[in-house]
Design a protein around this ligand. Structure first.
Ligand code: FAD
Ligand code: SF4
Ligand code: SF4
Length: 479
């Protein structure tokens, strides 16, 4: 009888791929986790108990068939594991790296609930697809025949790219517009290399280009081309523009030099890593080297800013957050990584104001957690008389993002938005209030995650294909 490769969680402990020591990590922007060796991946996959009702799968936004690819990995059938994994996920190696697994698949793994430590689902997913790339199992994008229908996608982030991939595989002509000079959206310019090395993203973009996706980069819709022009020239349009308006602070002195937005700071750092000329980095404006840095915020963007500052050579890095560790929105795994690298978290602290024409310090108010609000979250309350001055040479505001007012920006009548300013669209078909216009990713759901953008993009592509199929008797668009 064949040896049972699964259910090993009782005897085999959870083991993540090796993490580089903090001293080494601090010196570069390379990813911090290594790769499993083949035997290790098989061993860790074999810890899965093959649940009849796999909560890991139901809590993965893509409903990845996790138990099956874990079993195939445990059995050494890696190519089949890759085929199963890529069937539901356009970018499995990216999700394996940057999904907050502790809040999604792994956080709901039943063996975690029973105290044995979750199966390392993300690390195995990354391993499978990295291996597939190395072995040449990742095939070019092909289709069974070119079609005449044309779809425009505005925004080359994960949402737009996932849709582009699916549409090209059906032979649809796809043009992707993006205002930046590189595709990838926040995967390219927001998320730092120590979480997601850029060649991983660029490889996928090359695959899409080679698969026939026409990228129109350096093209800002609303400035370089109007939305109406695009709508007139295509059979369907997908809006996947993400959310980029920085939530701001209202506090005295907030306009001082040296107080910068997180997205500007992270984009400059990522551009520098690509070897681009970045005058704002070279001038010191968006560079933490030799500075006392204070980052304001408790989400994943704040975590990326503190860890980027460390790598740029800041003399000290502090993170101010108005709630405590247990109540922060950012991933606990990232807080731990940041602490290991030398970041100091100052919990229950909020900025009251800033000193200096060029920033010299942050006036910090101390907070305590009061009664829960309607959402159940405890509300931070001010502790009177506990203010103090935190000296700083660079302050980075990482308070979250809001959608821009697209209908106004693009002069589009009839494109409805929600009260939060996101584009109103059906959550299954992603169709907006304008016929033939779809929306996906952050611009539909508000600042979220790469994996949700991928899911939305895939769903939107399905709905567009259904729309195009319904149009088969109608005249095709002019070429
Ligand atoms: P985006 O990725 O924002 O892409 C939108 C694209 O549209 C951009 O390329 C933009 O240039 C383009 N665009 C916008 N307006 C126009 C226009 N008018 N004309 C032409 N092009 C336009 N998620 C995770 O899952 N894990 C993480 O670790 C993680 N870390 C993050 C770290 C940071 C710093 C930030 C800011 C976000 C992070 N996220 C993370 C969230 C994740 O990146 C987003 O949820 C995801 O990228 C949204 O995808 P999207 O396709 O909707 O939009
Ligand atoms: Fe987990 Fe994300 Fe992979 Fe789903 S896509 S299995 S949530 S790492
Ligand atoms: Fe395996 Fe955990 Fe998923 Fe169960 S919940 S199938 S143990 S990974």
């Amino acid at each position: 009888m064949a040896k049972q490769p699964m259910l090993k969680f009782v005897n085999v402990a959870r083991d993540m791929p090796e993490k580089r020591p903090p001293d080494l990590r601090r010196g570069d922007f390379n990813e911090i986790y290594g790769e499993y060796a083949r035997e290790k991946a098989a061993e860790q996959s074999g810890r899965c108990s093959q649940c009849g009702v796999p909560y890991c799968q139901s809590h993965c936004p893509l409903h990845n068939n996790i138990p099956d690819w874990l079993r195939l990995t445990a059995e050494g059938r890696l190519q089949e594991a890759y085929e199963v994994s890529q069937a539901t996920n356009t970018f499995p190696e990216i999700c394996g790296r940057i999904c907050p697994q502790d809040r999604l698949c792994e956080g709901n793994c039943v063996i975690e609930q029973s105290g044995h430590g979750t199966v390392t689902i993300g690390a195995v997913e990354k391993y499978i697809t990295d291996t597939a790339w190395d072995e040449g199992w990742v095939k070019p994008i092909t289709n069974g025949g070119e079609r005449k229908e044309k779809v425009a996608i505005i925004g080359a982030g994960p949402g737009g790219l996932a849709a582009a991939d699916m549409l090209r595989r059906e032979g649809v002509q796809v043009t992707v517009y993006d205002r930046y000079d590189r595709a990838g959206g926040l995967m390219t310019y927001g998320i730092p290399g120590f979480k997601l090395e850029k060649d991983v993203v660029m490889k996928r973009i090359a695959q899409l280009e080679e698969g026939g996706v026409d990228f129109k980069l350096n093209t800002d819709v609303g400035t370089d081309i109007t939305f109406a022009e695009i709508r007139d020239s295509f059979d369907a349009v997908l809006i996947a523009t993400g959310v980029y308006k920085t939530r701001d602070l209202q506090a005295p002195g907030v306009g001082a030099e040296g107080i910068v937005n997180a997205i500007d700071f992270l984009t400059a750092s990522n551009r520098k890593s690509f070897g681009d000329a970045v005058p704002e980095f070279d001038s010191g404006e968006l560079n933490a080297e030799g500075k006392r840095v204070v980052v304001i915020g408790g989400g994943d963007t704040a975590m990326d800013c503190v860890r980027t500052s460390i790598r740029q050579g800041a003399t000290s890095v502090k993170c101010l957050y108005r709630r405590d560790r247990e109540n922060m929105p950012g991933s606990q795994r990232e807080v731990q990584n940041a602490e290991e690298e030398g970041v100091e978290f100052v919990w229950l602290s909020a900025p009251k104001g800033f000193t200096g024409e060029r920033v010299e310090g942050v006036m910090v108010s101390k907070m305590r957690l009061g009664q829960p609000d309607a959402t159940g979250r405890q509300v931070p309350e001010l502790i009177e008389g506990a203010d103090y001055l935190e000296e700083a040479d660079l302050v980075i505001k990482a308070l979250g993002f809001e959608p821009e007012d697209l209908p106004k920006l693009w002069g589009v009548d009839g494109l409805e938005v929600t009260r939060w300013g996101t584009v109103l669209a059906d959550f299954q078909t992603h169709e907006t209030s304008l016929p033939g216009v779809y929306a996906c990713g952050d611009i539909q759901r508000g600042a979220s995650l790469v994996v949700w953008a991928i899911r939305d993009g895939r769903e939107a592509a399905q709905a567009i294909l259904a729309q195009l199929a319904g149009k088969t008797t109608a005249p095709v668009a002019a070429e």
